[in-house]
Design a protein around this ligand. Sequence first.
Ligand code: DMJ
Length: 561
Amino acid sequence: MARSRSISGSGVWKYLNPAYYLRRPRRLALLFFLFVSVSMVVWDRMNLAREHEVEVIKLTEEVLRLEQMLEELKGVGDGKTLMTHKDVPEDPVDVERRQKVKEAMIHAWSSYEKYAWGKDELQPRTKDGTDSFGGLGATMIDSLDTLYIMGLDEQFQKAREWVATSLDFDKDYDASMFETTIRVVGGLLSTYDLSGDKIFLEKAKDIADRLLPAWNTPTGIPYNIINLRSGSAHNPSWAAGGDSILADSGTEQLEFIALSQRTGDPKYQQKVEKVITELNKNFPADGLLPIYISPDNANPSYSTITFGAMGDSFYEYLLKVWVQGNKTSEVKLYREMWEKSMKGLLSLIKKSTPSSFTYIQEKNGNSYNDKMDELACFAPGMLALGASGYGPDEEKKFLTLAEELAWTCYNFYQSTPTKLAGENYYFSAGQDMSVGTSWNILRPETVESLFYLWRLTGNKTYQEWGWNIFQAFEKNSRIESGYVGLKDVNTGAKDNKMQSFFLAETLKYLYLLFSPSSVISLDEWVFNTEAHPLKIVPRNNDQRKPTITLRQRRFGGEIKG
Ligand code: DMJ
């Protein structure tokens, strides 16, 4: 026993002794071979396990995606297709801020309800209403989708009853076809898309039919004023040489294309698309058009080139029709024209001194003007929305430009004693920006851009900036009977108008700034220039049949993400 123990003991130890192998090279080689083989098997197994893990993750993601699709399909017909469901936990700060914005909407709406029901706009200080748009209930219609999105059910139902029983477009009134389209046609169509309630589509068709004769000009570029009863149309007397205004003539495409899609009648789409093909005939290489265009021969007349007043939404709609048309080859022309215009926009970009604020100049002939309207603060949002259609380098360049311009626009607010922006700004060497026209009429453009930048970059800074602007409105513009603009952002002196776009746009964009991205997802909706979201549906050139049918959504609280 003692002997065998010592043999087996020395047998184990000798294999662990390196000298044993040095004396036997063949065994050393065998050992090395064994080591390499085992290592390869282990390495191979580990790789396989890793590949499996990746595969499992991919499959889990796919299952989640399919589950989500199933959820959405289950919602078809009860209005739930209008939103995407995602169980993402919400930041409690966002929830609280969203509530505050909703409360602001309740205050604005109940003031309108109390003092100006059915009128176009509320005059909060005199506690009455005024018909600034011919008595079309502009604030009522502009507010419908905001009420709906915020889940203000009772208010929405009461407004719906007014639309069904009291809204009458048969008015001997010379209306702006631009304002009437973006507020009334846009507001009604958006509410139809959200609710599926046919009354809104019927009314949208009624007013659009009254506007249609405005396009009966030698070129198809519309007259900008039209009598809602007689259909007689003309241009405003103050416009140069009886010309049409660029923004007023090129900002009906989204609404009228949407109307053709929803009614199955191509006539609306044909009228507005003709304007773009006409303007494209002599479209300059830099894509910049002066603000006055002849409806007789489509020639631009010597006038300002601007991304501010009277130019702005023409450029916005070139991009948005491309988005509305699912970015397909059928709407390629719009994207091409927009990209040309963005080349032109780059040629107007300048930096201030000493603080290097990026701004967009205006141009007249060959001379540049260091002035930027607050209205042009829609441009950062437009650039952010359009950036993803470029290749990676251009995308980055335009997104960076959007962020720089948003910083400038935010500073339009921050640089005044009330922290509310004036109407326009001048830039001069060594002095950065100074306010020109110093009123603030509750405009939305900067918060609109902050909304897009927040959605598209996920950078919470934009929410903070939006929150600061909201607080400045609360502090300076809120009074017991609604919200007013300021006559002067330096002194805080108040005016007497609650603009309808404050409820349509400013409060809606602020509300969405603190809502999950799935609420009115940018993949499914496109906002018109008055912030009325229109559902993106397949573009159909054969429009004999309606391309979408929506049933009415049961009301039950705010639209959830
Ligand atoms: C709104 O009617 C629209 O946003 C339009 O495009 C520009 N003017 C106002 C808001 O400032």
